[in-house]
Design a protein around this ligand. Structure first.
Ligand code: GLU
Length: 373
């Protein structure tokens, strides 16, 4: 029994393309109907529910009689526009059978980068919840350019969970959850019921797992889990084919994989900085600095930085990468990239001599650093 989950009041449910459609691209009506019924039932219990849905591109392709989703971006964008309407029409019809009102929300990654737009999105979603409406969210695929796209709805759903400070994110997929290895190749693979920490090994094992229509696979689900765990939101990956899957997950039943949240919820503004803002660069650090950050709760000093990627200004959000090429933290840089190029590897006492002035001892101050995010 997963006790923490049973207290959840605000729940985000994400469904993938492989859940909503058959392998031939046609809608899996039975599954969509079950999903709508379960969500409506949660809503009847006065839980707040947000649905993050994929499937627009695939449904659009199907409408146009295409067997496969084309590879070019403009075509995908066009299909998203065609499919999104069709998908919404279906949700509208099915939810209205249970007297539920839905609201379509299309988000872009770029909407999250600016504080005011991020807050606007939060406020609009909260207003919908107050109106007793079920927001149905997808990425705004039609106008998204590559650099500012979520690219997959797993990441989008974790971002949405952060926006509204949800208690639980349920990712419904065509797999049972996270396995110790790929179950299609390894008979010994076992389902991991509870995850306290996402390891490099889990991530390395997850790169090419996913069905042909989904953008994500396990890799993006782990990325979503990282965001949720750090923010203090519980997350469960479960198989959409399980009967009454949503109700059972919410009841705390041990199905699928549960990603335990940190005890302390991340402050809303920190969540925006760590996950909402677009990354501007990467700082690579040595083992001593990783240790100081992770174990001793210290700031990042110039001496621990070995190299950097990207051109950025002071105040940019950068990723901190350790010796194993693993992102271990994110933070706001006190110095711009050309200054860091000059002071990396140096002692803080040398900063003035090198740059002609010293505003800060540290490259990222502890207060602006989110470790093991
Ligand atoms: N936004 C995409 C769509 O609706 C799906 C992305 C995903 O599969 O994660 O088709």
């Amino acid at each position: 029994m997963r006790k923490g989950i049973t207290q959840a009041k605000r729940i985000v449910v994400k469904v993938g393309t492989s859940t909503l459609t058959y392998a031939n691209g046609q809608l899996n009506l039975q599954r969509i109907e079950r999903l709508v019924r379960e969500i409506s039932d949660l809503h009847n219990r006065e839980l707040e529910v947000i649905l993050v849905t994929s499937g627009a591109i695939r449904v659009g392709a199907n409408r146009m009689g295409m067997k496969k989703v084309p590879n070019t971006l403009p075509e995908k964008q066009a299909l998203a526009a065609i499919g999104q309407g069709a998908l919404m029409q279906l949700y509208e019809k099915l939810f209205s059978e249970y007297s539920k009102t839905v609201a379509q929300v299309l988000l872009s990654r770029g909407d999250m980068d600016e504080r005011i737009r991020y807050l606007n999105a939060t406020n609009a979603l909260l207003a919908m919840l107050r109106m007793n409406v079920i927001p149905v969210i997808n990425e705004n695929d039609t106008v998204g350019v590559e650099e500012i796209r979520f690219g997959d709805n797993d990441t989008l759903s974790a971002m949405v969970a952060g926006l509204v400070d949800a208690d639980l994110l349920i990712i419904l997929s065509d797999v049972d959850g996270l396995y110790s290895s790929d179950p299609r190749e390894d008979e010994q693979a076992s389902l991991i019921s509870q995850v306290e920490e996402i390891t490099c090994e889990m991530e390395a094992n997850s790169t090419n797992r996913g069905s042909s229509f989904a953008s994500g696979g396990m890799f993006t689900k782990l990325k979503a889990a990282r965001m949720c765990m750090a923010s203090g939101t519980a997350m469960v990956i479960a198989n959409s084919q399980e009967l009454n899957v949503i109700r059972r997950v919410v009841a705390g039943e041990e199905i699928g994989s549960y990603f335990a949240p940190r005890e302390k919820k991340m402050h809303a503004r920190d969540r925006w900085i760590a996950f909402g803002r677009l990354l501007q660069g990467k700082l690579f650090i040595d083992a001593g600095a990783s240790n100081a950050l992770l174990k001793k709760g210290k700031s990042l000093l110039p001496s621990g930085v070995t190299r950097l990627e990207g051109e950025f200004e002071r105040g940019a959000v950068v990723a901190v990468i350790d010796n194993d090429n693993q992102e271990i933290a994110r933070g706001i840089s006190n110095y711009n990239s050309s200054e860091i190029l000059k002071i990396r590897g140096m002692r803080s006492s040398q900063i003035k001599e090198i740059l002609g002035e010293k505003d800060y001892d540290e490259i990222i101050h502890r207060n602006n650093l989110w470790v093991e995010y």
